[in-house]
Design a protein around this ligand. Sequence first.
Ligand code: ADP
Length: 450
Amino acid sequence: MKRRLSIKLRVTLFYTAILAVILSLVLGFVFLALDLRLVYSSKANLEEAVKGAFDDIDFRGGQLEIDSRIDLYHDGITLVLYGPAGTLLLGSTPAGFPVETPLIADTHQNVEGGGRQWQVYDMYVGYGETGVWARGIYSLSTSDSVINFVTVISAVCFPLVLLLSALGGYLITKRAFRPVERITQAANRISSGSDLSARLPDGGKDEIAHLAQAFNAMLDRLEDSFEREKQFTSDASHELRTPIAVILSEADYALSQNDAQEALHAMRAIQAQGNKMATLVAQLLELTRADNHTLHLEMERVDLTTLCEAVAEELEGQARARGITIRCALEPDIVLTGDQTLLTRMLINLVSNAVAYGKEQGEATIRLTREQGDIVLCVEDNGIGIAPEHLERIFDRFYRVDPSRSAGQNGSAGLGLSMVQWIAQAHNATINVKSELGKGSVFEVRFPQK
Ligand code: ADP
C-alpha cells in the first residue's frame, strides 16, 4: 500500500512550495525592476556626461579649444573626442572596448567587447565647416556587480528563509495537532482496554474539541447500546433457562415413571414449556430482525376498523376465560397505509395485555377514531393499572411489573410492548400510555395522516 505522508508534513510541504513560488516571483520582479532602473539611470548619466563635455569645448575664430580641465573619466564613464571624420582628438577608449563602433549621433548603443557589455552614447556638435564628436562609454559590469551582489544575497537568503519558515511552520502545525495526538492516544487506550466508559479529552471550543465531543456522544450511544445488548442476551438466556430446566426435570420424571398417566402428565408439561420457548424464540427473532432492519414492511391499504373487529373476535375466547367483555367503539371505514401483519400483532399484543391485566368480569375496549386528521387507536381496560414508577419502563425489553404474574398468565416474557413500540415507530405513529393503579390503563397509538 502506498504510504502517505503525515498531514503535518503535507501541510508544511504545501505552504513551503507556495512560499517558494511567491518568493521566486517577488525576487524575479525585484531583479527586473533593479535591472531596468540601473540601465535607465546609466543611460541618463551617460547622456548628461556627453552633453556636459561640450561645456569645455569651444571654437574661437575657427580654432578648436578644449578646456584643459575637461574631465574625461567621471563616475565610471569614459569620454573620448573625435573629429568630424572620426579621427581621435582627445582621450582613449577603455581596454577591451571595440574601437570600430560607428559614431551615431544621439543614439544609445549596446556593444560587446573584451568579454564585457558597453553602453555608448555619441553626440556631434558642428562649428561651421568643422565639428566635434563626443562619445561616452560606460561599462555595464558596474551595474552587473550590483546585480551580482543582490543575486548572491538572494541565493543565500532564499533557501534560508524557506528553511526557517518550513521549520517554524512544521513546529506550529505539530503544536496544532497535539490535541489530535492526545485524542488518538485516548482512543487507542479505549479500544485496547475495551473500556467503553472512558471518554476522549473534549475541553475547549475549537474544531478538535467539537470532534472529540462528537466522538464522545458516539461513545455514549455505543456504550448504551452495548449495555442494552448485554442486558438483552443475559435476559434472553435467563428467560430460556427456566423452561429448559422444567423440560429437563419433567423429562427425567417421565423417564423414571412406570405409570403411563404420570408420564403423559409430564409430557404435557414439557409441551407447554416447549410452546413457551417457541413463542419466546419467535419474539426474539422478530425483535432482532427489527433491530437489524431485516424485518421488511409490506405497506398496503389496511382497513383498521375491520382489523380491530377481527382481533376482538380472535381474543374473545381468552377474554371470556377471565370473564372479560371486549367492546369495540370503532368509526367505520378507517383505512391507513401500513403492514397488515405487524398492525395485527400490535393489536393482539395490546388487547391481550388488556385482557391479561384487566379486572375479572371487567371490560376491555378498543376505540378507533379520527382526531384532527390523525387516526387514533385506544385500547382500554379497567384492570390492575400500572404504578407511575413502572410506566416509563414497560416498553423496555423483558420488563415486567410483576414477572410471576405475566409469565404465569400467558407465558410472555415482557417483550410484547417493545414490539408494539417498534411497530408504532415503523408506522411513524406515537404511543402513549395513561394508567392509574387499581383503576385501569389506556394505551393510545396515534397515526398522523399528514
Ligand atoms: P408481558 O409479556 O409481560 O405482557 P409486555 O411487554 O406486553 O410484556 O408488558 C410489559 C409489562 O407491562 C407487563 O409485564 C405488565 O406488567 C405491564 N402491562 C402491560 N399492559 C398492561 C395493562 N394493560 N395493564 C397493566 N399492566 C400492563
